[in-house]
Structure formats: structure tokens, C-alpha cells
Design a protein around this ligand. Sequence first.
Ligand SMILES: Cc1cc2nc3c(=O)[nH]c(=O)nc-3n(C[C@H](O)[C@H](O)[C@H](O)COP(=O)(O)OP(=O)(O)OC[C@H]3O[C@@H](n4cnc5c(N)ncnc54)[C@H](O)[C@@H]3O)c2cc1C
Length: 404
Amino acid sequence: MNNEILPGEMRRVISRRRFLEYVAFGTGLLAWPLNIKAETKHYLIVGAGIVGTAIAYALEQAGEKVTLIDKDFPAAHASGKTFAWINATYPKQSFNYHLLSRLGVNVYQKWDAHLELKINWKGSLEWFKNNDENQNMLKKVEVIQGFGSEAEIISKEEALGYEPNVLLNQNFITRSPRDGVINPVQAIKKMIQGIQSKGGKVIFPAEFLELTTNKGGVIAKTSHGLIRADKIVYACGTGSNLVAQGEYLKPSTPGLIVTSKPFKQTINKILVGPGVHVYQRRDGVVILGEQGKPPTNHDQRLSQRPEQFPNQPLSIEHGQRIVKLAANFIPKFKDLLIEKVEIGWRPLPLDGKPVIGFLNKYEYLATMHSGISLAPIVAELVRDELMFDVKSELLNDFRPQRFL
Ligand SMILES: Cc1cc2nc3c(=O)[nH]c(=O)nc-3n(C[C@H](O)[C@H](O)[C@H](O)COP(=O)(O)OP(=O)(O)OC[C@H]3O[C@@H](n4cnc5c(N)ncnc54)[C@H](O)[C@@H]3O)c2cc1C
């Protein structure tokens, strides 16, 4: 049967039924069903971080018309200053959140192959200094094992087999074999090339200012002029409350990311150790992220949400503090030299879970804490919700309406 000659409503019903079959058989997550074609629509995506860019890319790949705008530039904020660990580890505890994250890793593998993202699927090892915290982690790992996770608890000896240069103070360590790390700036660049090569528009700097709607869709007032579209998607990271005019996020907290100069290969996996997480890239560069909160004597300066340190000596001082935490369990890193230290601000939903869904017929919101890990799966599910007017069960626990 040729969908092109069907009247609009019947075509939509068939599209929905076929779509649900794809979801039921699980293939909807892994391959876009090219034989289902609704009318081409124009989507305006606000925010060119990893979430907005991935949504725009998924829509464009599916044959839709897309305009992606950013008030600054692609990857200007959280997505450019992140540890970039792709994971479905034990803190993602409710079953649905775990499932979304775990399926998200599968979808990433597909995007990795298509886009040649060169994701480093190293897997991770995680442990705590303190026994109680370690025991608590092990219990939570058992919970996600019950959900089907491949995370496992291994002995210190086995862990040392993977990481001979690391000092371990615990007898049991969590190993998550499917975790990876990505270069999100490069990934966003590749997606944007993909969008543009299919005729999509990427405009920056272009700040979204105001929206009016009419029967035909939306008219967005931006610093770049008026943009008309059928629907608008807000993927504004920490700016989501303002742009979507609601209370979805709590105040953002900062995290420091240290990039080293290239160093002799010393560690193999993503290590989530006491006070710091760390991995080493193929080019020898070590990336470190602080796990704790910043010292309180920085509160006043941080209230301005800076993304840079006021001066180089202060930046190096903080970087050295973090390198020292890593050198406590990777002694060779005491000789690590710092290339740069960046401050990233996290979008933090009120209950820690993603916020994804229609606000009304025209406006859609997508913001989350673990945006690097979730961007591809969220992009595919959002694409399908926008195009086929269906609701993905995988997203049911994460609707914006829970905060209203
Ligand atoms: C230090 C740190 C470490 C992290 N580690 C990890 C990790 O290991 N794994 C993981 O999964 N996640 C991690 N995260 C979280 C992850 O980086 C974020 O969830 C993700 O980058 C959010 O992407 P985003 O596209 O939603 O937001 P952003 O990257 O912030 O993009 C939003 C974009 O919207 C634009 N924008 C805002 N308002 C407007 C407007 N009015 N008009 C136009 N454009 C607008 C902004 O300029 C920005 O470019 C970390 C975050 C930090 C800060």
C-alpha cells in the first residue's frame, strides 16, 4: 500500500500503528523505519548543545526540515565542559531510568558507527575510599544487576589485572564493561555537518526571545529575526527554566574538568576513584573531573556562574588540587602537567531525572543531567514523538507535567 495516496488522517493512523509495532519489537530504537513517512514538517530547535544538536540531527536524517539555533555557539556550555562519560551505572536507580540509560548505550553504538564518533568503549572501574560508601555502592550494583545490567563486582586482584598502575584500598570494585567516553565537541561538529549537508540550517549567535503561536505553527522572535516553524523544541540546558517558562531545574552546580598535556600511557579504563574521576585518551591526554563540591570560600565568585577562572594561577591551583587527588591512587600522575582547567555548569532537574515531552501542542522540552549519556536515545524517541504524534513508554516517567 502506498502511503502517499492516502488521505491525511488514515495515513496518520497507519503511521501510528506501524510505529507502535516497531516499538513493540524493539527495532524502533535501533533503526528508523524509513517506510513510515508523515508529511514533512519544519522544527525549530533552540540550543546547540549535545541534546538539541542530536535531536536536530535525528529529525534531519528522517527527512524533516530543521533549523537549529544557539545564543552563543555549538557546545558553548555544559556539552563543551563535561567529563563525557557514557554510562548506565548504579546511581541511575529507578528501573525506567536505568533502562533508558542502558538502551541509550546501544543507540550510541549505532551512532558511533554511522557518524564515526570514535567513542572509546573502555569500560569503567569504580570504588570509594570509605567502606560504608563502598558497601552502599555494591548493594546498588546488585539492584541494577537485577534489572539486567552487565555491571559486576570484581575482586581487587582482578581490578589490578586491568590497572596495574593503580593503588586500590578496597577488596571489591565495580566494573561496568560497556561504558565509554566521547569527545562531545567533535560529535556535535559531525552532527552539524550532517544537518547542513541535508539542507538544515544552523544559526548562531541567535537567541530565542519570545514565541507566538497560531493555527499554522509557531513564530519565534530571535536576535536573528523571526523564524516560523511547525513546532519548537527547547534544549537549552541550564537555560531551560527561563526559555520554557517553568520550574523544571534547580540551581546549577559547577564541576571542574582538567585536561592534561599528553602523558605516557598509564591507565586503561575510566576510573571513578576517591574524590576524582579520570581517564586517559588514546593520544595520552588525561581528563580529570572532580567529584566533590567546590570549596565554600569560592561561593561568592561562583554565584556569578563563571566558566573561566579569573586568572591563570588560580586555574592551575585548582587543577593541581584535582591532579593530586588522582595521584593518591595513580602515583605516576604526580608528574602530570596541566593544559587547561574548565568550569562546567550542569542542568539539574528538580528530581534528578530527565525532563522530556510536549508542553503543549507546539512546544517540546528536553533537558537532563546525564545529557552526554542520553543524547542519542533521547533524540530518536523525541524525533518519533514529534513526527508520529505518539508517546514513547520509555519516556513516560520523565514528562515535564510532573512538576506542574
Ligand atoms: C563538569 C561536568 C561533568 C559532566 N559529566 C558528565 C558525564 O560524564 N556524563 C554525562 O552523561 N553527563 C555529564 N555531564 C552533564 C552533561 O554534560 C549535560 O547534561 C549535557 O551536556 C547537557 O547538554 P544540553 O545540550 O542539554 O545543554 P548545553 O550543552 O548547556 O546546551 C544548551 C545550549 O542552549 C543554548 N541556549 C540557552 N538558552 C538559549 C536561548 N534563549 N536561545 C538560544 N540558545 C540558547 C546555550 O547557549 C547552550 O549552547 C557533566 C556536566 C558537567 C558540567
